[in-house]
Structure formats: C-alpha cells, structure tokens
Design a protein around this ligand. Sequence first.
Ligand SMILES: Nc1ncnc2c1ncn2[C@@H]1O[C@H](COP(=O)(O)OP(=O)(O)O)[C@@H](O)[C@H]1O
Ligand SMILES: [Mg+2]
Length: 622
Amino acid sequence: MSIHGPWMALRSMSSDQSVKNQKLKAGTFKRILQFALPYRRYLYIFIGTVVVDAILVVATPLILRSLVDDGVVPGRGDVVTKLAMVVAALAIADAGFSMLGRWFSSRIGEGLIYDLRSQVFEHVQKQSIAFFTRTQTGSLISRINSDVIGAQQAFTSTLSGVVSNSLTLLLVAFAMFTLSWQITLVSLIILPIFIVPTKWIGKKLAAYTRRSFELNAEMSSTMTERFNVSGALLVSLYGDRVVESGNFRSKARRVADMGIKIAMLNRVFFIAMTSVAAIATAFAYGIGGHLAIKNEITIGTLLAITALLARLYGPLTALSNVRVDIMSALVSFERVFEVLDLQPMVKDPINAVKISSAIPTIEFKEVSFTYPKATEISLASLESTAKPEVIESGEVLRSVSFKCEPGTFTAIVGPSGAGKSTISGLLPRLYDVTAGSILINGTDIRETSILDLRALIGIVTQDSHMLHESIGDNLRYARSDATGDEIWQACDSAQIGGFIRSLPNGLDTVVGERGHRLSGGEKQRLAIARLLLKAPKIVILDEATAHLDSENEALVQEALKVALVGRTSIVIAHRLSTIAHADQILVLEQGRIVEAGRHEDLVAKGGLYFELYQRQSLGFTE
Ligand SMILES: Nc1ncnc2c1ncn2[C@@H]1O[C@H](COP(=O)(O)OP(=O)(O)O)[C@@H](O)[C@H]1O
Ligand SMILES: [Mg+2]
C-alpha cells in the first residue's frame, strides 16, 4: 500500500483496454448525480469539513508567524503561551474535523457501493440464460467488485481531493504572496522542474499499472481454471505438474517484475518531490534570510513562508493528475451503467395474465427457433473473444407443433443435436420462440409473468447443480417453507432418503461445490427430491438419467415414476426402454418432428423410431 501511495487512484483504472481513451457518453454525469442525490446532505457536510481542514492548514503557519514576531521578538511570554495554545487547539480541532470528514465520506462511499452493487446484482439476475452462456463470469464479477469501487472513488477520494487540494493551493499561494511576493516568486521558479517529470512519471505509471492489471488477471485466471474441481481433475489426469508450476511461475514472475518497476517509479517520484521541495525551501531561506537582515520582512514571516511552501507541493502534484483520477472514476461509472442498461431478452409482459390452475395442457404451435446472435444478448466487453461472433446457429427448431393433454406423459426422442433440449428450454422461457407460440392452458406463455410461469415448471437435466450448502438447504431452495416431514417425504419418494439417513450429518451434510461429493446417481435423486418439493404442475426431464449406470438408473426411474403422477410431463429420453409406456412419443430430427405416436404404432411403422429402437435393443447407445 505504502509504495503505491499517491498513485492509488490510478489503480482503480481497470485492466480492460476499453478504459483507455474512452469517450464518455452524454448524460453520464447527470446520471451519476442521480446516484449522489440521496447523499446530498452528507456531501455538503463532508465538503464543509474539507474546507475547514484547508483553512486550518494555512492558519497554523500564520499564527506561528505572529508568535515569533509579536511574542518571541518583543520578548512577550504571555503572547507566546497564548498562541502556542491556539496552535495546539487548532491541531486538535483539525483532527476532529478530519475524523468527521472521514465518517461522512465513508457513509457516502459505502452507501454508493451498496446501491450500485444491489442494482447491478438485481439487474444481472433478470438477464436471460443466453446472457450467461456468453458472459465471462470473471468480467461480470469485476464489474460488481472493482468498477463499483472505482465509481465510488469519484465521490470520496476524487471529489474531496479536488476540493481540498485546489482550496489549499489557492489559500497557500495567496498567503505566501501577501507575506512576500519576492520569496514566493523565486521559490515557484523551480516548479516546472518538478511538474515536467511528474507528468512523465504519471503517464509511465498509468501504463505500468494497466499492464500489471493485465498480468494479474492472467495469473488469476490460470488459478481459477486449475483450482476448480474439473480443472484440477484435468491437470491430475492429463497435465504435468512441473509444466503447470513453471507456467504459473513465469506469470507470477512478470507480476513481480512489474511490481518492482512500479515501486521504483514511485520512489523516483517521491525523491523528486522531496528534493524539489527541499531546494525550494533552501531558496526561500536564502532570499528570505537576506530580506530579513535588511529588515524588509520579519523573522516570523520568513518562518511562515517556508512552512507554507512545504504545504504547496502536495496539492500541486495531486492536482496535476486529477484528470486521470476523474476520468477513471467516470469510466468505472460508465462500465457499471453499461451493465445496468442491458435489456434482458426475455421480458415480463406489461399486463400479465394468470394461467388457469387446472392440470396443464401444453401446446406448441408452429414453433420455430434460432439461437440469438452474440451481439443480441451480451456486452462484447464482458466476453473474452475480441471480435463478437456474428454467425447464427441456424434454425434449430422448424415449425414444431404438438399438444400434451393434462396429466399425460410425452416423450421426445431423436439423435443428438436434434433440438430436444431446446424444446425444454423454450417452455420456461429461457429463450423466446422466434416464430409460432407456446400455450399453457390456452394462454400464450409470453402473456403471463415469468415468475408465475417458472413456478409451474420443474426441470431435471442431466447434471443438476447443487449449491455449496447443506442437503437440507439445497432442498429448501425449491420451497423455503417446506417442513421437515415434507422434506423427508420428498427424499423417500426420490429414493434418496435412506442414503441421507446413512450420512453422519444427515440433512446437514454440506454438498461440495457443484455437488462433487455426491455420486451422479445420488445427485440426480437429490435433484428429483428438490423437484418433488417444488411440486410443479409440469415436469420436464432432459436426459435425467443419461449419465447413470443401470443400477442407479433403475433407482432414479423408480423415483421418477412418483414424480410424474398427476402432472403433465415431457421426458427427453436417452434410453428408449424407459418411455415405452408414454402417452405419445415425438421423434425429432434436425429440428422437425418426423414421427409421432405410441410406442407400438411407431415400431410398427418401421421409421426412424424403429431404427433407433432396434439399434438400442442390440446394445448400442446413440
Ligand atoms: N446456446 C446455444 N447457442 C447456439 N446454438 C445452440 C445453443 N444450444 C444448442 N445449440 C445448437 O442447437 C442445436 C440443438 O441443440 P439441443 O437442443 O441441445 O439438441 P439435443 O438436446 O437434441 O441434443 C444444436 O445444433 C446445438 O449446437
Ligand atoms: Mg440435449
């Protein structure tokens, strides 16, 4: 921290190249003020404390001047004592004001961070799944972490810096000129010697800092990629630890080298500042001493002016870099606004209608679907690839129509890539159809609220996600008010109750990140228990048993039988044996329904279904 001292503000600049030379959008400033509005009272008080602080900085040398000229020189002890006490009192008052200022600035700063973070989080949650498929989680998180902090600095460090430094500079310069314009002029002559290298160092440091951000990001992405369970597995099975360590070392080395460069530049800057100030002080004493001998100025004036001089350089350097500070804070705001402005692709209707509560009828009417292009769903700056892709997926579903009667079991089969999972994603509106419509109980799903729609539907996919929490909490995620009895009932129905009872901590057992401490079958049965707790009216199973061995699959199939009773279900099947009793089977190929009917009819027909069925009966899996 200490070595980066005056350049901390530069650190707020993001690693991202997009910050460089970015032009601000019109209206950004106005919008920032909107965020500051709730804090305007605090802001006034805070600026008030900054002003008092600046005045005290100038007042002290002036009082000391009086102490020497009116006390020491004429030999008046009472004046000396009195003024010394005033100086002490001012020092205490200054400390108090400084505390007060910090209290208010942190209220403003932290409050702003809190507001921005909550808003970004809430907004990102509203984004469609498509957004998350494209976005790099790391970049998104850095918007919520670092950019929000950078934005907040505009209000605390930068604002207080600008106000207090310009005020101090003005007051100090004015006081110096009034005391002795000759000394002031002479000591300011060497100022350019100082400003020029400062500018140069500032630019260089900005470049180095940006580079060090990049290097740090590279280093941490190496870690995040390798230190999650799948990455660690990959390294263990295929990788070479020595090569991995060497690779990491070289990245860490570059970070270290850059750190040394930055530290050295900072040191050069400090040396420049202190020596220039020291030389200026020498000048001031040299000229001022002669003037004092000639009685043109008093000794007190000489002391005061040299004391003031020492307080001139700090604000000067700070202000010479203020443009960079303000720009980077504003850019951070813009980057946060950019996320806030992103419109979710799937939107709630303005006047939502309720779907009738009867056991649902699901109807797909001439549904066609093309996955959206990258540019439609995310911010290029949140993706790693430099140029956004423009290729479309092509039509994934073509004019798909079918109807599921209330409480029936519909199976969808077909080769991999046919569009089966796409159908299961369209029903809960993870995406909206490109053409046609989907109706539940006669209501277009786009006319009801997304929340109501999703409450109706329960989905189990081939790898279910578990949060890094206890089994109980994971289950309650589907229904927070579930009672203990209900939870156990769901677990027993899902054939996982026995397993949970066998665990030493039972429902309180924490399942690892991404549920890795559970076997595939256990995890799937837990996911089914979660689905049962949610008790949705529509159940979609997307190859829920695809990853399981036959023993586990039998258990899960048993669990599923319970899950489907009294519900309208769509089951995307991997093994055809599990769907022979379906009310209807849809055979999908290249986005089209090529056959539909019951098992016996389709077998009798001798088409694609029959072909798939025969292949599986012979022991092949597709
Ligand atoms: N998020 C996506 N963006 C673009 N194309 C996708 C996306 N997801 C799937 N696809 C494409 O859509 C087609 C159908 O995929 P999917 O519905 O997952 O098939 P299935 O479940 O039948 O194996 C595939 O060609 C796949 O490459
Ligand atoms: Mg699929």
